[in-house]
Design a protein around this ligand. Sequence first.
Ligand SMILES: [Cu+2]
Length: 271
Amino acid sequence: MGLKTFLIAVAVFCMAGSAVAAQPEPWQITFQEPASPVMRMIEEFNITISVVIILITVLVVVLMIIVFFRFNEKANPVPSKTTHNTLIEVMWTALPVIILALISIPSFKLLYFQDRHPDPEMTLKVIGHQWYWTYEYPDHGGVAFDSNIVPDDELQEGQPRLLAVDNKVVLPVDTNIRILTTSEDVIHNWAVPSFGLKVEAIPGRTNESWVRIEKEDTYYGMCSELCGVNHGFMPIAVEAVSKEAFALWIAEARKKFADGVPHPRLAARQE
Ligand SMILES: [Cu+2]
């Protein structure tokens, strides 16, 4: 294979990972296409870290090659008796510390950016169960529903196996959405790669994160905390739609899931 053919093959391979958003692809090696500011920042951070890793690896390999050739028995029959070199020892202690300190700056920036949004426009509450998810829209009349996997024998055209669900979470694009997660049995984890979200759902505790979806699409994710035998069968499907389409959907959902009456749990809270 010529160099040109090889480079084209590599390019096609890399593009295959990013051509389709929102769900894993066969032979994918990179992240799914980012669809939120947080995931964009994670991707940038990943590039920064990769550059640091590559530079350090190259430096160490070059030093080792120099040692192999200059200080082997043949090239250097009478070895030096040197045991200490203060300057080098200070350098190999201080440099890694400085590199780590520098990495911590973008790292903490990202950590606080993804932690929570100061001014969310709406809230989605996610409740983990063995083995399905419940979604609540507390500021939209308490719409609440369960979301179960579509079993293999009921899959319809275009529904991805092990990822499709009966009731997708519908969310508006270009909206700062607070995500609250909790669980009613064991620890689950609500993870959607394109959003850069991986939030623990812990019984007796509410965790917070946020998302701002940038593009209309269907986004898939999975429970990412070992939670029992059907851990692999509680996928997440988020349908991101325009704000207008979301308003229509939520009006329908209020009839379909709650008959216009708030979910019992929410009704109790509002009293
Ligand atoms: Cu789970």
